[in-house]
Design a protein. Structure first.
Length: 276
């Protein structure tokens, strides 16, 4: 049975690829873009199965308006995909206040706004799915990507809590956590002005690794999209969907390290309990 999807950030990358594959198999897609002509080729091929709206997710009022209009025009929407986002590469000190606010407004506040806008509609139709595109960077952290991680770790906490809040209404949420994947992500990365004091530091090492191509990007974007679609088709509802060897291995190692550090502090943690 065909489904109807609402996807943000469909001009390129995973959002574009997901839109293409869903349309090709007969689903309907409500796609948001920042340039209305970005999907003209798909509109010419798929006609009214593609609904397109211009949206900058940093505009909270517009997020609600566009979401309301999509449900009004299309009726039931089965899957919401919060995909719009980008990265900032550089030490936190190098970024200006505007860069900090914009990446948080896009990756974190924009995602929160979309999910909140969709909730009344999903509740009224007695169910639905929300896929929040996160990354391995929602559970591990690289120097030089602190602002990106701040947003991704933030949205992971939000979604985990929301999943519990919305469970009584038949609404399920999944955090999709790909590792480094061959998309156009690098082209959209914002780079603050470099500070010489960070030359040769871990943040600079990561930057140089990415620029030189030494940073391994092994994920296949097509396979990432396929696994997402297969999960929805199967009716599976994991809180997290980890995709890629790098993501699995990196998150696995980070969780083991955090658990070991926590267990080493058990006596200290228990020592602050009130005397009974």
């Amino acid at each position: 049975m065909s489904k109807t999807w609402f996807i943000t950030g469909t001009s390129a990358g995973l959002g574009r690829l997901l839109t293409e594959r869903l349309l090709a198999r007969g689903d309907r897609v409500a796609a948001t873009v920042r340039r209305l002509d970005a999907l003209d080729d798909l509109a010419a091929t798929y006609g009214d199965r593609l609904w397109v709206a211009k949206l900058d997710v940093t505009d909270t009022a517009a997020v609600r308006t566009v979401t309301d209009r999509a449900f009004a025009d299309l009726g039931r929407i089965d899957v919401i995909v919060s995909n719009a986002g980008y990265g900032v590469l550089g030490a936190a000190e190098e970024a200006c206040d505007e860069q900090i606010r914009h990446v948080i407004d896009t990756n974190l506040v924009g995602s929160i706004s979309l999910i909140r806008a969709a909730i009344p509609h999903l509740r009224n139709q007695r169910g639905g799915r929300v896929l929040q595109i996160s990354s391995e960077g929602g559970q591990i952290a690289y120097p030089g990507f602190s602002l990106y991680h701040a947003a991704k770790w933030g949205i992971e906490g939000f979604v985990e809590a929301m999943a519990k809040e919305l469970q009584p209404f038949g609404i399920t949420l999944t955090l999709v956590e790909p590792g480094p994947t061959a998309t156009h992500f690098k082209a959209g990365v914002v780079r603050p002005s470099r500070m010489a004091v960070y030359d040769g530091t871990p943040a600079d090492d990561v930057r140089r690794s990415i620029d030189s191509g030494a940073f391994a990007v092994t994920g296949d974007a097509g396979k990432v999209v396929d696994r997402m679609i297969e999960m929805i088709d199967a009716g599976a509802t994991p809180l997290r969907l980890t995709l890629g060897a790098s993501a699995f291995d990196g998150i696995h190692a980070a969780l083991r390290q955090r658990l070991a550090a926590l267990e080493a502090q058990k006596d200290i943690a228990y020592s602050v309990e009130r005397d009974r």
